[in-house]
Design a binder for this molecule. Structure first.
Ligand code: AMP
Ligand code: ZN
Length: 117
């Protein structure tokens, strides 16, 4: 499994940095965002280090799809599906990606504007 010892989210996957874990399985973990932008702001992160969407390999289709199923299951378990939620991947500098380990933001608990800022 690809791993970057300098990557913040690899360190969270390895439990070297603490996080409020919500879910973990053989492919992904989910934890509370440290700087929440909504009443519920959860990050879903593959255990394997993939820096961004452009770096995805064909063999990682199932892994990337799994992130969405984890989001859907967390939303259902927490009742976030009732009002709705937003799933976001910031990819690259102009999109505001700060951590270069793919992650899916699950935001819920308020209404979100469109178009995004
Ligand atoms: P992005 O800008 O899409 O790369 O998102 C990175 C996210 O990681 C931001 O929403 C940060 O608040 C969040 N974040 C940064 N450090 C931590 C941490 N130690 N634990 C949890 N979330 C973090
Ligand atoms: Zn990483």
């Amino acid at each position: 499994m690809k791993h970057d010892p300098n990557c913040l989210f690899c360190k969270i996957v390895d439990r070297k940095i603490p996080a409020k874990l919500i879910h973990n399985d053989e492919m992904a973990i989910a934890f509370e965002d440290i700087n929440p932008q909504a009443p519920s702001h959860i990050l879903i992160v593959p255990n394997e280090h993939i820096s961004d969407i452009q770096s995805m390999k064909e063999g990682e289709r199932e892994l990337i799809g799994h992130l969405f199923f984890v989001a859907r299951n967390i939303a259902a378990a927490r009742g976030l599906d009732k009002g709705g939620y937003r799933l976001v991947i910031n990819n690259g500098r102009d999109a505001g990606q700060a951590v270069f380990h793919i992650h899916l933001h699950l935001l819920s608990g308020r209404a979100f504007a469109w178009p995004p800022g």
